[in-house]
Design a protein around this ligand. Structure first.
Ligand code: NAG
Ligand code: NAG
Ligand code: NAG
Length: 484
């Protein structure tokens, strides 16, 4: 009898255990971005990026008036970062290259020896510790001299970016297997070209953002095709793009049509790449074209693609990268609405986005709705088919720098549960998960007031000492057991 009970208990335990198990081969990582962690903004032959110039010229745009001059000093402390990644048991570390650290002219005619040395050290150090490097080519820090020539609104940016990508593949492609071209086009184009609150601080809502959108799509495809044609046979790696998605649910049943449009707008930077037909999401393209016409424009404010461009961009990804943080309810804009977040396409659509009262609030925009992640993963599959999906960012910010970060730990647990459900219950092919962020860092307009690290950084300490939080211990445990 006793033996039987024991058998029962053991099998129940095994069952619970395997139900929470991630598939073999599923990879866990953590992420950072160059401007947010490296510091060393003016060492050697590095030239300023738009974020160096923006934070220096307009400190009032940053909540605490700070900048990334020193940030986490990862330019000097890269070995410490690798050790942290190793202690966590990370399978991969996602970081970005600083374009101006590698190419001081922005153009490929001059390659910085110090820049190459820095990234070689980082990549080799990671590999020596069994950690795969996952490299983002562009995480918002455009060379300022290219911005002076129009930046993302100059169609030549596709060539400049292509040339830069070729340098990166040539230098590091023998060791880097997974590349992302652009991180969060919606922020690069919509947020930065709307209110001017993000570098380069251009105020051109409804115009600049859409010009940027088209050029960015062509630039992405250029970099993908360069890899495909010149490097894939040798290195056999993967190239993709990273889109930031907010899960949109209708505020009430009368807002369902608008929710459909909001979701399509959310796919502005995915549809040209991942859909079978290519090009802009048709509902959005016609909506903006009609609106532009009514406003007296000769052509749509959202520039169209030629059929050659549609073919050039279509299918240019080896995986679907998604950053997910939060969800919103969608309703038709009311008279008193402010429509500034996160895209200005939202202004075109007259969509108001509100959090549900029951969702847990973090800093500013970040409210936690874990089922939104599972729903968004399903929506991607429903819309574009069965792509390999990598969650390239997910995480929670707090104003406090406490070590016992109960809310952040809960956020990770709840979201990882939803990832597992998407895999096991819904057959969505999610192959990796990335915590944002490995360490506290310069959080753009929030400066150092908003903390995302599973590892705390003491910014008052000249040595920028790093201390793992409770969430880091929790995450390490998940990785170690490959289960929740
Ligand atoms: C680099 O910037 C720092 C401020 O972060 C300044 O103190 C230093 O003088 C600058 N170095 C050079 C070589 O310009
Ligand atoms: C806007 O107006 C609605 C009523 O129409 C009200 O419920 C809501 O709180 C208002 N929002 C703001 C931000 O004032
Ligand atoms: C998921 O995608 C990877 C990479 O393309 C592939 O190797 C794997 O077979 C896919 N898994 C499933 C269950 O489709």
């Amino acid at each position: 009898m006793r033996a039987l009970v024991l058998v029962f208990v053991i099998s129940a335990l095994t069952l619970t255990c395997s139900a929470k198990q991630f598939p073999a081969g599923f990879k866990f990582g953590a992420a950072t971005a160059a401007y947010q962690v490296e510091g060393a903004w003016n060492v050697s032959d590095k030239t300023p990026s738009i974020w160096d110039i923006y934070t220096h010229d307009k400190p009032h745009k940053i909540l605490d008036g700070s900048n990334g001059d020193i940030a986490c000093d990862s330019y000097h402390l890269w070995e410490t970062d690798i050790q942290l990644a190793k202690d966590l048991g990370l399978h991969f570390y996602r970081f970005s290259l600083s374009w101006t650290r590698l190419l001081p002219n922005g153009f490929a005619n001059k390659i910085s020896e110090d820049g190459v040395r820095y990234y070689n050290n980082l990549i080799d150090g990671l590999l020596a510790n069994g950690i795969e490097p996952m490299v983002t080519l562009f995480h918002w820090d455009l060379p300022q001299n290219l911005q002076d020539l129009g930046g993302m609104t100059n169609p030549l940016v596709a060539e400049w970016f292509g040339d830069y990508s070729r340098v990166a593949y040539t230098l590091f492609g023998d060791r880097v297997q997974t590349w992302s071209t652009f991180n969060e086009p919606v922020i690069i184009c919509d947020a930065a070209y709307e209110t001017g609150d993000l570098a380069p601080g251009i105020v051109s809502p409804g115009i600049g953002n859409y010009i940027c959108a088209k050029n960015l799509m062509v630039a992405h495809a250029t970099a993908y095709r360069i890899y495909d044609e010149e490097f894939r046979a040798k290195f056999n790696g993967k190239v993709g793009i990273v889109n930031n998605h907010v899960w949109y649910a209708p505020y009430s049943s009368e807002h369902e049509d608008l929710t459909f449009l909001a979701r399509q707008l959310g796919f502005l930077y995915s549809h040209p790449i991942y859909s079978e037909s290519g090009g802009w999401p048709p509902s959005i393209e016609s909506f903006i074209a009609e609106k532009s016409e009514k406003e007296g424009y000769v052509t749509s404010r959202l520039p169209g693609f030629t059929s050659e461009e549609i073919e050039f961009i279509k299918g240019t990804a080896d995986y679907y990268g998604i950053n997910y943080y939060t969800s919103r309810l969608v309703l038709a804009a009311r008279a008193n609405s402010t429509l500034t977040w996160p895209t200005n396409g939202q202004v075109d659509l007259q969509v108001e986005l509100v959090p549900d009262a029951s969702w847990t609030a973090g800093v500013e925009w970040l409210v936690s709705n874990p089922p939104g992640l599972r729903a968004q993963l399903n929506l991607i599959k429903e819309q574009f088919g069965d792509w390999e999906i990598i969650i390239t960012e997910n995480g929670f910010s707090t104003a406090s720098d406490e070590l016992d970060d109960v809310t952040r730990t809960q956020y990770y647990k709840d979201h990882l549960e939803q990832v597992l459900l998407a895999i096991t219950e819904d057959d969505v092919n999610v192959t990796g998960y990335t915590a944002w962020s490995l360490i506290d860092n310069f959080e753009w307009n929030s400066g150092y007031t908003s903390r995302f690290g599973i590892v705390r950084v003491d910014f008052s300490d000249p040595l920028r000492s790093r201390t793992p939080r409770a969430s880091a211990h929790y995450y390490a445990d998940v990785i170690k057991h490959h289960s929740l």
